[in-house]
Structures are given as structure tokens and as C-alpha cells.
Design a protein around this ligand. Structure first.
Ligand code: NAD
Ligand code: ZN
Length: 294
């Protein structure tokens, strides 16, 4: 079972928020991070220089610099809107009405959100053939938008960019359903008349078995796992770094706040994801260019 509070693909900038390593810029809703300490960055670059099969494990924190609030902080999704359980969603038409009303108002903003340098840097590492996969807890699709290989991007909690039927599993691009909402505020499946929902995990729902299986395989096969922007308290996804470490991989954690797995990590960089991952991609590209010249 998906063992923690659920989320919805809703968006709105958090406000007035100050946390370790992060501050909110005035109106943008985008988080600017405190600079990382040089020693932490140097340790991360050194780990990455010897790694050949890096897997990134990303959470909501990689997308805050794109203006999408993360989960638990002030102004976060959970605080503003407790999401429905799967049972409530299935049994209660009012729950579904509220769900679709919110989605109608918010999906357009998610659709238009752009990736940031954190997402782009992972794409660069993938193109440099150092990063073999991305496991993400995010539902925003920003890794793919940044050009990461969709086949090597595992979405553990589904995607907000698809809508599917609870009953017959037919699915549609979210944009198509969005266009129907103006005339049909509670859309129904055109194949079987069943209940539609976004292709994201609701509370009380299992993670997609295939995605979880692929994620465990990727974690077991990497030689460096870099956790980016995850509080690492949502289970079972937060087990993946342990799986990687137990299988012999080194573990790096890039997160603005402490996590429960900092104690088993080889390197912890407590800073904003965008700048740190940019430094990492720069270094790997520089190293490859130097090797080409030498
Ligand atoms: P979380 O909100 O529990 O943790 C996010 C972590 O990222 C926090 O520890 C925070 O300090 C850190 N952080 C925030 N901005 C950062 C930055 N710029 N650089 C580095 N670190 C930063 O998120 P989670 O662990 O991913 O779990 C929440 C659940 O809700 C997940 O399933 C998540 O995918 C989902 N969710 C997804 C989105 C999205 O798709 N963008 C948004 C909100 C929640
Ligand atoms: Zn159906």
C-alpha cells in the first residue's frame, strides 16, 4: 500500500516560507536556495567522477525551483487541501466534483510549468552516459519535459498528464479531458461510463507494480544513487536509497533539509538542487572533454 499522505496535482506558490537552506523569493513562488558549502560540492563531484551508473531519485524538492510547492511545508499541498482516499473518491460524488473542480482550475498551470536547471542537469548527465536512470516520486512530468529519456524515467506515483478510468483502465492525455470539463464538470469514461481520475496515486492505493519493480531493479544496479529534493519519509519509495546502499552503491543526498537517511549517506549536500546539479553536470562534461583531449 501507498503508506503515506496522498497528494494532488495542485499548484500554487507557497508564501512567507523560510526553511534551512531555502528562502522564498518575493512574488515568484520560486525557491532560492542558500549556496552549498564548497566541501560538500567537492565531495559530490569526487563521488560522481568514479561512478558509471548513476541513478537519480527525485522528489518534490527538485521542482520547487520551477514554482511547484513541495508537499509538507507551509502552503504545501497537504496543508491547503486534504486529498481524498481512493474509497472516498469512488463512493462519494461530491468528493469527485471537488477533485475535478480543483483540477480544472489548476491543471493549466501545471501543464505550462517549465523544468529548471536541476531537471536539465540530469538530462545532461544522461546524455553524457553517466546517469542510467531517474526514479521520481513526482507527478509533474518535468524530467521528460527537460528532455530526459522517458524510457529511463520511472514515475513511482504516476503522472498528472494522463487521466484514466477507475473501471476499465482506458486512458487519455489530460489535455483532452481538460477540454471537456467546461461542459462536463464530472467527466465520465467514454468507453464504459466509469469514473475518471488522474493517473496519480490516491491515498490507500498501491504503487504501480511495474514502476516499483523497475525502480528496485534500477536501485540495485546503480553504483551511485543521488537523492534530490526528497524528505525521504514517504514509504515505500524512501526505501530505495537503502536498497541501493545495501547493494553496494554509494549514496549522495542533495536536499535543503536533513533527512532520516543522512546518517547512511556518503555525501550530504544541504542546498538547492538546481545549482548543485548544474555544478555536477558541468564537472562531468569537463572531465569527459579533458579525457577526449588527453
Ligand atoms: P516532500 O515535500 O516530502 O520533500 C521535499 C524535500 O525537498 C523537503 O525536504 C525540502 O526541504 C526539499 N527541497 C525543497 N526545495 C528544494 C530545493 N530547491 N532543493 C533541494 N531540496 C529542496 O517531497 P517528497 O519526498 O517528494 O514526498 C512528497 C510526495 O508528494 C511525493 O509523492 C511527491 O512526489 C508528491 N508531490 C509531488 C509534487 C510534484 O510532482 N512536483 C509536488 C508536491 C508533492
Ligand atoms: Zn472506462
Amino acid at each position: 500500500m501507498y503508506g503515506h499522505k496522498p497528494f494532488r496535482d495542485s499548484l500554487s506558490p507557497a508564501s512567507g516560507r523560510h526553511r534551512d537552506g531555502l528562502r522564498l523569493t518575493s512574488e515568484s513562488g520560486i525557491f532560492a536556495a542558500e549556496p552549498a558549502k564548497d566541501a560538500e560540492i567537492a565531495a559530490l563531484l569526487a563521488l560522481a567522477r568514479t561512478a558509471r551508473r548513476i541513478v537519480a531519485f527525485t522528489g518534490a524538492g527538485i521542482s520547487t525551483e520551477s514554482g511547484i510547492p513541495d508537499y509538507r511545508g507551509p502552503g504545501g499541498i497537504w496543508e491547503r487541501n486534504a486529498p481524498p482516499t481512493l474509497g472516498d473518491f469512488r463512493d462519494n460524488i461530491e468528493t469527485r466534483r471537488a477533485y475535478w473542480l480543483e483540477r480544472r482550475e489548476r491543471y493549466g498551470k501545471l501543464r505550462d510549468t517549465l523544468p529548471n536547471s536541476g531537471h536539465f542537469s540530469l538530462t545532461r548527465l544522461q546524455r553524457a552516459e553517466r546517469l542510467t536512470g531517474i526514479i521520481t516520486q513526482n507527478i509533474d512530468g518535468l524530467h521528460q519535459k527537460a528532455g530526459s529519456d522517458p524510457a529511463a524515467t520511472i514515475e513511482l506515483h504516476g503522472t498528472a498528464h494522463q487521466v484514466r478510468c477507475l473501471d476499465c483502465e482506458s486512458s487519455w492525455p489530460a489535455e483532452q479531458i481538460q477540454a471537456r470539463l467546461a461542459v462536463q464538470p464530472l467527466p465520465a469514461c467514454t468507453v464504459c461510463g466509469g469514473i475518471l481520475r488522474a493517473a496519480t496515486i490516491l491515498f490507500g492505493e498501491s504503487l504501480p507494480a511495474d514502476a516499483l519493480r523497475r525502480a528496485i531493479a534500477a536501485a540495485s544496479a546503480c553504483d551511485l544513487m543521488i537523492v534530490v529534493g526528497s524528505s525521504l519519509i514517504v514509504q515505500p519509495a524512501a526505501r530505495l536509497p537503502r536498497i541501493a546502499a545495501n547493494a553496494g552503491a554509494r549514496l549522495a543526498i542533495v536536499n535543503a533539509e536533513p533527512t532520516p537517511l543522512d546518517t547512511i549517506a556518503d555525501v550530504v549536500v544541504r542546498s538547492g538542487a538546481g545549482a548543485v546539479l548544474s555544478a555536477l553536470a558541468d564537472d562531468v562534461e569537463r572531465e569527459i572533454a579533458q579525457r577526449g583531449e588527453g
